[in-house]
Design a binder for this molecule. Structure first.
Ligand code: GSH
Length: 221
């Protein structure tokens, strides 16, 4: 049976799942959800995911949300036994998990907490929140010291998750990645080494940029 993904192209967590599917060479039946039109509140969608978020994966009669949980599920169910995206060695896996949790709990929320109230709510830029975001980027820069990829010498789920976030931050222009040389070098590497990067991530980034431009135009009217 086909695997169905309910998604919005511009959304960073959705792009993570698209990157994982591309890396595993999994075909997904793609179902766009228009969040601005409130389609996530349709009763049919709420039956799949009462938390009304995208991405949501449907595999037969099994439905799952939270992009990193979906990513781990896809590797566990559809990856080869020794898939390096999510290594089985406990310590190697723990480092991947730490980076995934860092993205979920620190980097992405610090970005969203600073940027989204400005672009979507017309709030003033808050310097203290910018400093917290910059601190998170310094942490990532430090994690990358001496490592080719985010969790060692191979591409893992950590890279796919973090690149969805870092490319989103980069697209907004609120910080320059020049200040974080390890992050910048790693970003260029992942762009060329993550399978299907252009379709899975860059296409959504382009949509995200168009959305930002439309919000900027509204506030300038
Ligand atoms: N931590 C979640 C975040 C999911 C999320 O908040 N998605 C947003 C789009 S980026 C959404 O669906 N918002 C609509 C809503 O909450 O009603 C994940 O990684 O999947």
């Amino acid at each position: 049976m086909a695997l169905a993904l309910y998604y919005t192209a511009g959304s960073a967590p959705c792009r993570l799942v698209l990157l994982v599917a591309a890396a595993l060479n999994i075909q997904l039946d793609l179902n766009p959800v228009n969040l601005r039109a409130g389609e996530q509140f349709n009763p049919e969608f709420l039956k799949l995911n009462p938390q009304h978020t995208v991405p949501t994966l449907v595999d037969g009669d099994f439905s799952l949300w939270e992009s990193r949980a979906i990513s781990r599920y896809l590797v566990s169910k559809y990856g080869d036994e020794n898939n390096s995206l999510y290594p089985s060695d406990p310590q190697a896996r723990a480092v991947v998990d730490q980076r995934l949790d860092f993205d979920l709990g620190t980097l992405y929320p610090r970005f969203g907490g600073y940027f989204y109230p400005q672009i979507f709510g017309g709030a003033k830029a808050d310097e203290a929140l910018l400093k917290k975001l910059e601190e998170a980027l310094v942490f990532l820069n430090t994690f990358l010291e001496g490592n080719t990829y985010a969790a060692g010498d191979k591409l893992t789920l950590a890279d796919l998750s973090l690149v969805a976030t870092v490319s989103t931050i980069d697209a907004t222009g609120i910080v320059s990645l020049d200040k974080y040389p390890n992050v910048q070098k790693w970003f260029e590497l992942v762009k060329t080494s993550a399978p299907g990067y252009d379709k899975a991530n860059q296409a959504g980034i382009d949509e995200f940029k168009a959305l930002l431009a439309s919000f900027k135009a509204k506030t300038e009217l």
